[in-house]
Design a protein around this ligand. Sequence first.
Ligand code: GPQ
Length: 808
Amino acid sequence: MNSSERENIKAAYKATFTKKIEEVSGNCLADASLLKQYQALAEMVMESITSQWAKTNTLYNKNESKQVYFFSIEFLIGRLMKSYLSNLGVEELVQECSAEMGLDYEAILAQESDPGLGNGGLGRLMACYLDSSSAMGMPAHGNGIRYKYGLFEQRIINGEQIEVADNWLKNGYPFEIRNPDKSVIIKYYGQIHSENINGNLTFVHENYEAIMAVPYDIPIKGYRNETVNSLRLWSAEPLEAFDLPSFNQGHFLNAVRHKSEAEAISQILYPNDNGFDGKLLRLKQEYFFVCAGIKRIIVDFKRSNNNSMDGFSDKICIHINDTHPALCGPELMRVLMDEEGLGWEESWKITVAAMSFTNHTVLPEALEKWPVDMMKDLLPRIYMIIEEINRRFLLDLDNEFPHDLDRNHSLSIIRDNYVHMASLAIVSSHSINGVATLHSKILREETFNGFYQVFPKRFYSVTNGVSPRRFLMNSNPELKTLINDSIGPDWDHNLFDLKKLLNYINDPVFYQKFDAVKLSNKVRLANYMARYNNVTVDPNSIFDIQVKRIHEYKRQLLNALHVLYLYNRLKENPNLEMAPRTFIFAGKAAPGYYYAKEVIKLITAIAELVNNDPSLHDKLKVVFLANFNVSLAEIIYPAANISEQISTAGKEASGTGNMKFMMNGAITLGTMDGANIEILDAVGPSNIVSFGLSADEVHHYQKYGGYRSIDIFEQDPRIQQVLHQLIDGTLGYGLSFQAIYDSLLLYNDGYFVLKDFNAYADAQNQVDHLFRNPTIWTKMSISNVANSGIFSSDRSIADYQREIWKII
Ligand code: GPQ
């Protein structure tokens, strides 16, 4: 494009934008608020995307290519405007025009609400996978819930977490299209009668309570290509417009009660991460989006397949993200048998061939199990089908392993009066995978070992990945520019090309530029902390960051105790030689998780102690950033020097924050857990700092005992001092962290915090030494960026395509 063409395009953009402002606000540009500017831009974006979207859908409706449907109870998509602009290839243009029109581009973008439709890694992974699928021109779509309120907003008041409702829809949401014509009726409760209709046994659902699922579709625009996939989020509404059976029978009160009950279903996201809480409403949510999603898939499939179900599993993959959508199996069976008239065997073949399942945790408390009575009452037909799936499965098992009652019991989907969702998911899927090599191994050898013995060929491993567009190009534009200037722009289509950066691994000029980018990102975060936490930090200090959900197994406590220990060392010796450090924490605690909330309180108390002590000469600062979400994450990752990934080995399935940090040049300080092990493989041992018990060692202690935290306590005066400080008032008058103290000593430290303390302190010492040698540090940092290609979610999606969905 020559410069006059560009000027024409810019003029056209400015004219359209000015007109749009009038349309959305009734004001001229000069009087339009930032919100209206954002809404105008959003409308323009949607207008440029929708024709591509329609074309993509027309293509997909021909049924030529295999379609993947991700079912997930969470999609943590983050703000979308920047992705759209960058994927359309117009971001620079819009930036330039905005500046020339006297508008504040970043402030306009900040108007967008950040939909918190997920808790953490599980929901964010889905968003990265949608982003990658579109980038790769692959047909993949999401099915989830349009929660009216997403994950709560976290405020920190007097050092404690306070939860505030997340009203993300309050100004409307410009990137969704409501499609009421595609609504689906969902039936709960009631009774099932079997009738013999024309010689066929038919199941009829009576006296049910019906609600309506209305889809809202969000376009997922591919990076600089023509593909626009869909994220379909279902909203629950009463079904006045429909011929409700109870209405017809004159049960009007019932019909009104349904109204508010209906809306309750998509009202709010459950705020638990890695934890199961067996509430009836949650089970309603699970069936809600499963039933709606499956129905639409079948309607669309049949419409383009001469009204036939032939070849369904050759064209459709139903991928379930953890067990929350595991009812996809029985629901697909129900539709195939009760609505499509197929027999059990044929339906079962189709179901297993279509379904695949990813597990995301081995924590026993997170594995879903629903009381039989609850399931039977709420979903009578589904429960019948689960019983039959189980009966047939146990029969097969008995044929293969005769009289093995223990095996039969331990693998039974229904056992001890519960429906075990992981068992259901495994039995009804042709593929089960873990999310990192170690995690998949633990699934095979421990968690699902019984199923592995029965179905060894069903088990796979696909290591997680993250979107390089969101977490590198868009959130770290200065690094993107430096990389473009150094190795050319083509790495954007193949992140493995980042390896070319290794050509600069000894280039002092490149070092300078690379360090300048990191510093600039640290200044941005320092400004944020000055503004929101009222803490001044030195951008030249080590930014040592742990951001993720607060959970015992993630061991924010280990980090916090070590900060206290460093504080003690500095108090003892104010001239201690160490690089100044800024310890940064962020993350939400589940509202009902007392212990996690205590950890937040502890961190903020330590921050109070440390930041207000002038005798430390600014060598130590501690900051807890409130309300960690995708938008804040995008500011944090580029600014990190140290990425804290210190879970008890064997407990973190993969982790994905570790990958986002690495891609931005942070050095991992981590245990040999989840994908940290693969980060070590990718960068080599000299570019990571690892420490601590191995998963085997942890497993051994857990199985056979032999660890006594009190012994460590008694032998280590550093630990004695720090633990006393938890309860002796050091951390504030009247403040005592007795529960944490007890968990470590009285309850024998279930997550091996004290056991790993010494190794962690040594590793932190090593970090200090490395950082004080800038050449070594920068080299390590560059190596991390250069070797991060394997952690692109494009690679993960390619693995799924090849191994699991079998798409070319
Ligand atoms: N994960 Cl089960 C969540 O974020 N929430 C959950 O409820 C469960 C898992 C995470 C898991 O803890 C991480 O290790 C993974 O990297 C992530 O899922 C994506 O697989």
